[in-house]
Ligand binder design. Structure first.
Ligand code: ADP
Ligand code: TRP
Length: 342
């Protein structure tokens, strides 16, 4: 690979990839491959905090691989791999845990949300919370730090995890007085920070309000027709910025189409069926061709597996450099390293 800075991001195989994932993370991450050495991985061990069906985990991991390929990722130019194929990640997670104050993890949003919900329901705060959920940010820090990543493109909701990673990396660097880890920067697309779902809340698989990127055309249309709109009379002018159809449309339409749509809302006198049809058409135009590629890739798991194995090889090579520094600093050595040196 060229001598450039590293951009890295991960996505959990915990649901069918949706338009929110595409705009908030996949598209910006693919764009960064033009200027950085790009690393993308499937965070399957992160998904294990919730996905408890091995076949489903495998299926969703292949689904993501096919999705990235269909959306234009060139596997020869980037490093695309599966987290679970990199054993060093788990070794590094332990090292980092020993430098992570428990209080920092107590304050992580996902954990805090769970305890707050339990408290509101009158349960023990940790009821149903597994230690994987609690330690999630440390595993994520290892994902980022192992390769010396400089930038990490993510959606707004991941901002805190990047800050935690920076804190942990600084703590280790400070403890040993040397730069073992690169301190990474989060890259958050402010304009598409949170894509709304069918019901106007953040599009998320947890809310079952998503528009899947590669749903078959008919299903895609059905989903779009389910976007929640208000029930005011057709004739009334409407504020486009408060409307869910418009707020998704604008990300797929040309500036001219967006302007025309705005004017339509401000004038009033249109039906929601009509604007939903337009929304369906712009999404279909964006993903229709890629969907055919996606279906082809998905049918060839041998090829997908080969891509992942090749990616893991490249990622481990890069990771071994940082691991060597980290092991030396903490005072452990692999036999292999001793043999090489003696
Ligand atoms: P979900 O919320 O559906 O569970 P994930 O948490 O797996 O999605 O997110 C994967 C990536 O996609 C993250 O970088 C996240 O910030 C981004 N992302 C997810 N949903 C949205 C959204 N509605 N708008 C923008 N980015 C999103
Ligand atoms: N936590 C991220 C999410 O839920 C996924 C993830 C895991 C990740 N490890 C990462 C993202 C490292 C960026 C870098 O979306």
């Amino acid at each position: 690979m060229q001598d450039r800075k590293i951009s890295l991001t991960g996505i959990k195989p915990s649901g069918t990839p949706h338009v929110g994932n595409f705009l908030g993370m996949i598209a910006p991450a693919l764009e960064l491959a033009k200027t950085y050495n790009a690393y993308y991985f499937i965070a399957d061990y992160h998904a294990l905090t919730t996905v408890r069906d091995g076949n489903e985990m495998r299926r969703l991991s292949y689904d993501l691989t096919a999705t990235f390929l269909a959306l234009g990722m060139n596997p020869d130019e980037v490093v695309f791999f599966r987290q679970s194929d990199i054993p060093e990640i788990f070794e590094l997670t332990w090292i980092l845990s020993c430098f992570t104050s428990k209080g920092l993890l107590n304050r992580a949003h996902a954990y805090k949300d769970s305890t707050a919900k339990n408290e509101a329901a009158g349960n023990d705060p940790d009821f149903g919370v597994n230690a994987g959920l609690f330690n999630y940010p440390v595993l994520m820090a290892a994902d980022i730090l192992l390769y010396g990543s400089h930038v990490v493109p993510v959606g707004q909701d991941q901002k805190q995890h990047i800050e935690i990673t920076r804190d942990i990396a600084s703590a280790v660097n400070h403890a040993y007085g040397e730069e073992i880890f690169v301190i990474p920067e989060g890259v958050i697309q402010e304009t598409v920070a949170t894509i709304p779902g069918l019901d106007g809340r953040k599009m998320s698989k947890s809310y079952d309000n998503v528009i899947p990127i590669f749903a078959p055309s008919k299903q895609l249309r059905q989903r779009v027709m389910q976007v929640v709109t208000d029930s005011r009379p057709m004739e009334e002018p409407k504020n486009p910025d408060e409307d869910n159809v418009y707020n998704i449309f604008k990300y797929f339409a040309t500036p001219e189409q967006t302007q025309a749509m705005r004017e339509k809302y401000l004038r009033g006198g249109f039906g929601y069926g009509e604007v939903k049809q337009e929304l369906f058409e712009v999404i279909e135009a964006r993903f229709g061709e890629a969907r055919e590629k996606y279906n082809k890739y998905l049918a060839d798991t041998k090829y997908l597996e080969a891509i992942l194995m090749e990616g893991a090889k490249k990622a481990r090579y890069q990771g071994s450099k940082v691991m060597k520094k980290a092991r030396r600093a903490v005072g452990v050595r692999f036999k292999r390293e001793v043999l090489v040196e003696s």
